[in-house]
Design a protein around this ligand. Structure first.
Ligand code: FES
Ligand SMILES: [Fe+2]
Length: 382
């Protein structure tokens, strides 16, 4: 799991007046709305004696710890220590890590890392959002599985034929089936993807009017950063589906997915339910595969899996992951597991670059230099 990316923490709709406890990257956060309606995301551990802020309440613009009533503003600064009396001055070291928040597409995103604003990887943009001729839905799924495996499933063109009866023929036409040319689409420096065409079964129900019978389907997909995936499906010129998937790893075995699905057909609100039901149907088929993969994590080396041409984009993704790891962004999970229950860590927030002296230890990271020498050699692709 990597720091320094934007993670979807909640839907806008579920963030009301009550603070939400949210787990991401094996760490705990509180997400809350202040009195002005602005969303905030803080480390969940109170700097006093470890109270869970998310179990407290929102008081004006602050979150109040349930244990001794300390209050913290959206920027993480402690505003009140009741036991010291009303006039007490507040030591700077009581500050809690606070993370940049960007609320869009009905999702509350938090930037979990310490990079300064200009260096942050952006959120994958939904270009069709609120554009004329388009309508979007948002869905939220929980899966039992590791997020890298889920991203890799998203950018794998060969699974459609076997996993999704809506996209492929379940291997019944083996003599005609193969993954054809993958036309690479670069999104430097954060992502890569590809386009390809494949034969698809007839559309169902009302959708048949867009394309009667079987058809040649154009599809594109790619990763953007460690946890965002785009998938464009073009069954017919006037029937376009553009999907954006944002993933939040809870830990190594659990991931939450937020799916924005933009469409240029069936634009009435009443069609949302049908579209979402289809998306859930397809998502469940993917989940059934991801939840049973071995090992749960992606292997450390590509030689422990036999990659073929259709896995090309997955290899690009793994290279990108290694590159971000070399920058020192990967959480040292072995160390996190070793200190489980003994140390409360915080993902370092941007303020740590300006202010010295924090109560919580930063989460252990795989050192940048050490990974640079450990990777590169020995990894064979193919
Ligand atoms: S632990 Fe939070 S106020 Fe004491
Ligand atoms: Fe799939």
């Amino acid at each position: 799991m990597l720091i320094n990316f934007w993670y979807p923490m909640a839907t806008s709709a579920e963030l009301t007046g009550t603070p939400l406890p949210v787990r991401a990257l094996t760490q705990d956060f509180v997400v809350f709305r202040d009195a002005q309606g602005r969303a905030h995301c803080l480390a969940n551990t109170c700097t006093h004696r470890g109270g869970a802020l998310a179990a407290g309440k929102v008081v004006g613009d602050n979150i109040q710890c349930p244990y001794h009533g300390w209050q913290f503003a959206g920027d993480g600064r402690c505003q009140r220590i009741p036991s010291l009396g009303v006039d007490a001055s507040i030591p700077a070291r009581t500050r809690v890590d606070a993370y940049p928040v960007d609320e869009r597409y009905g999702i509350v995103f938090a930037f979990l890392g310490d990079l300064p604003e200009a260096e942050r990887p952006p959120i994958l943009a939904v270009k069709e959002w609120e554009q004329p001729g388009w309508r979007s839905t948002l869905q939220h799924f929980a899966i039992r599985g590791y997020y890298e495996r889920s991203v890799e499933n998203g950018i794998d063109p060969a699974h459609n034929e076997y996993v999704h009866d809506t996209h492929g023929f379940s291997g019944e036409r083996e003599e005609e089936y193969r993954v054809g040319d993958m036309r690479i689409e670069e999104a430097p420096p954060w992502g890569r993807g590809f386009w390809h065409s494949f034969k698809a079964p007839p559309l169902q129900g009302e959708l048949q009017k867009y394309r009667p019978g079987e058809g040649n389907l154009e599809a594109g997909t790619g990763y953007f950063g460690t946890n965002h995936v785009w998938t464009y499906i073009h069954p017919a010129p006037n029937y376009l589906i553009h999907q954006y998937l944002y993933e939040r790893p809870i830990d190594e075995e659990n991931t939450h997915l937020y799916l924005v699905c933009a469409r240029n057909f069936a634009l009435e609100e009443k069609s949302d339910a049908y579209v979402m039901e289809r998306n859930l149907y397809v998502a469940r088929q993917d989940m059934a595969i991801i939840e049973n993969l071995h090992p749960v994590l992606t292997p450390d080396t590509n030689t422990r899996e036999f990659m073929v041409n259709s896995d090309k984009c997955i290899l690009y993704y793994r290279e990108s992951q290694k590159e971000w790891e070399r920058r020192g962004w990967r959480i040292d999970m072995d160390e996190v597991h070793r200190s489980r229950g003994k140390v409360a860590y915080a993902i370092p927030s941007p303020a740590r670059r300006e202010q010295k002296g924090w109560v919580l230890e930063p989460v252990p990271l795989v050192p940048a230099a050490a990974t640079a020498s450990a990777t590169g050699a020995g990894d064979e692709h193919g």
